[in-house]
Design a protein. Structure first.
Ligand SMILES: [Zn+2]
Ligand SMILES: [Zn+2]
Length: 133
């Protein structure tokens, strides 16, 4: 599936081919911290299927408890997270679904790191809904 994405300020734009079956939610603590949100939704672009169209992301190297290092790319102007990938390239890119134009079509199929889930994020259906602000 062809997708297009950009950061909030528009400095960074990109396109990719993703497999919708890889769309998933991550409840790990790192995703909570790095996104500032309760969880993060990602989809995978396989090797060679991600292309930057404009801008140059800043890179934060995250070291996991396992010692594994990941490159987290974000916009240097607005801070929007864009993707993660391995330090050694070529490697797949995990794209942030919220930054993609096709986000509504990429319903996650799986949830991972559920042991660190914020308990209220398990089910938000009972929280009051308001159409705008
Ligand atoms: Zn930006
Ligand atoms: Zn995570």
């Amino acid at each position: 599936m062809h997708v297009t994405g950009s950061c909030h300020c528009g400095f960074i734009a990109y396109e990719a081919e993703v497999d919708p079956a890889t769309a998933r939610i991550c409840h790990c603590r790192d995703c909570q911290k790095l996104s500032g949100s309760a969880f993060r939704a990602n989809v995978r672009a396989e090797i060679g299927k991600f292309r930057l169209l404009s801008g140059e992301p800043a890179i934060y190297i995250k070291t996991a408890e396992s010692g594994n290092k990941r490159a987290h790319a974000f916009c240097p102007k607005c801070g929007s997270p864009v993707y993660t990938t391995a330090l050694e390239q070529p490697a797949p890119h995990n794209l942030r679904i919220g930054a993609l134009d096709q986000r509504a079509e990429l319903k996650p199929r799986r949830r991972i790191w559920c042991d660190s889930m914020i308990t209220w994020s398990e089910d938000i259906s009972g929280i009051e809904k308001i159409g705008g602000q």
